[in-house]
Design a protein around this ligand. Structure first.
Ligand SMILES: NC(=O)c1ccc[n+]([C@@H]2O[C@H](COP(=O)([O-])OP(=O)(O)OC[C@H]3O[C@@H](n4cnc5c(N)ncnc54)[C@H](O)[C@@H]3O)[C@@H](O)[C@H]2O)c1
Length: 361
């Protein structure tokens, strides 16, 4: 059964459709945006060969023309040169201010298409059709778009909220298992930061979820969207509560940086980061050992890493210091004080951060 959720952002409010077969909603969603020009569909080499034709059929059913640009898949392609190529395809095809872009893919396609839409002709609307768990529970909702620079990840971008997000669970059937598990780390995170019941659900339903039971997966996708939508509605530009979504990310980003994004998928690095954040929470006496063990057992049930025996603590500390410079001199740690609730701390000492990293070695 399909459900609709609304992201309450005033005149930039938008619906998220979640369920099996929600692609059927695309025609109406396009008509609701009202742009009459040619539609630019951006996808990647993997997702395009699986689903582009199906999506194109829904687009042309509106009477509009559709031009598809399939970029090469992978994080290495989330860079400015690809934006120029996308704009080139669409300028060549005559797209203009009356056009609309549609992103069909994971977080890479979603971030790059959202950014392309924010700059093409100084900004045109975008609809997101996320096809990975990461994109469904995280990147397609909230309006953060952008590309990486060789010196820093996600450092070139814009806030550009979509006009609609269409989450069709059936598209997950082809998602590789490792990508499924890594994406679920973000759903588990939503449970830890905001909803103890969601965390319990993830613990109780691991077998069904890992068996690609779409009805079972819909629950955390829907609940994650509700949690993220509520946080974004309260703090769109991350001046306050939105940073809670970064639980595990200060450590996780450092782990990704020192491994040059080559060893762990984002969700896997964040699972390790959340284990370090739990260790820090324990060190601050905000939670007890049971919390740390529960979180670890849940990640293990999903085949996510919880230890990295070779973790280079010094290199991770340096990566966090670099991150601190980028973030105007403050390093924020999100720590848990009970299951389903977190707090933000900027007073963590180097020794405490170091001890948290040591705890996951
Ligand atoms: N904007 C945000 O708020 C936000 C939040 C979290 C993550 N992100 C970004 O998201 C990106 C990671 O996204 P991701 O994990 O979705 O990676 P991804 O987009 O690279 O997709 C992972 C792989 O799965 C393939 N794939 C996608 N959907 C598929 C499907 N249904 N069937 C078969 N294969 C499929 C892709 O082609 C790719 O090879 C990172 O760049 C990260 O920075 C952004």
């Amino acid at each position: 059964m399909a459900m609709q959720l609304d992201v309450a952002l005033g005149e930039r409010a938008y619906p998220i459709y979640i369920g099996e077969g929600t692609l059927e909603r695309l025609t109406d969603a396009i008509n609701a945006v009202g742009q009459k020009g040619t539609i630019g569909l951006v996808t990647d080499s993997n997702v395009g060969s699986l689903y582009a034709e199906q999506v194109e059929a829904h687009i042309t059913a509106t009477g509009r023309k559709c031009i598809t640009h399939a970029m090469p898949a992978g994080e290495a392609n989330k860079r400015l040169a690809r934006i120029e190529e996308i704009c080139g395809t669409f300028l060549d095809a005559g797209l203009d201010r009356s056009s609309l872009l549609i992103a069909l893919g994971g977080g890479v396609v979603g971030d790059i298409t959202g950014f392309a839409a924010s700059v093409f002709m100084r900004g045109i609307p975008v609809i997101q059709i996320p096809t990975t768990i990461v994109a469904q529970v995280d990147s397609s909702v909230g309006g953060k778009t952008g590309v990486n620079h060789p010196l820093s990840k996600n450092s070139i971008g814009a806030f550009h909220q979509p006009q609609a997000v269409i989450i069709d669970m059936t598209l997950l059937k082809t998602l590789p298992e490792r990508e499924l598990k890594a994406g679920l780390a973000e759903a588990i995170k939503h449970g830890i930061i905001a909803d103890a019941k969601l965390f319990d659900y993830m613990v109780d339903n691991a077998a069904k979820i890992l068996d690609y039971d779409l009805a079972a997966i819909t629950v955390p996708v829907q609940r994650s969207c509700e949690i993220k939508a509520a946080i974004v509605a309260e703090d769109e530009k991350e001046h306050g509560v939105r940073a809670n979504l970064n639980y595990g990310h200060t450590f996780g980003h450092a782990i990704e940086a020192v491994t040059e994004y080559k060893v762990y998928l984002h969700g896997e690095a964040i699972a390790l980061g959340m284990c370090a954040a739990a260790a820090l929470s324990l060190e601050l006496r905000l939670v007890d050992q049971t919390f740390v063990d529960q979180q670890k057992a849940c990640f293990e049930a999903y085949g996510l890493p919880t230890r990295w025996p070779d973790l280079p603590v010094d290199a991770c500390m340096m990566a966090m210091q670099k991150d601190k410079k980028v973030r105007a001199g403050t390093l924020k740690f999100i720590v848990a004080d009970r299951m389903g609730h977190v707090v933000q701390r900027t007073d963590i000492t180097e020794a405490q951060a170091r001890a948290a990293l040591e705890a996951i070695r």
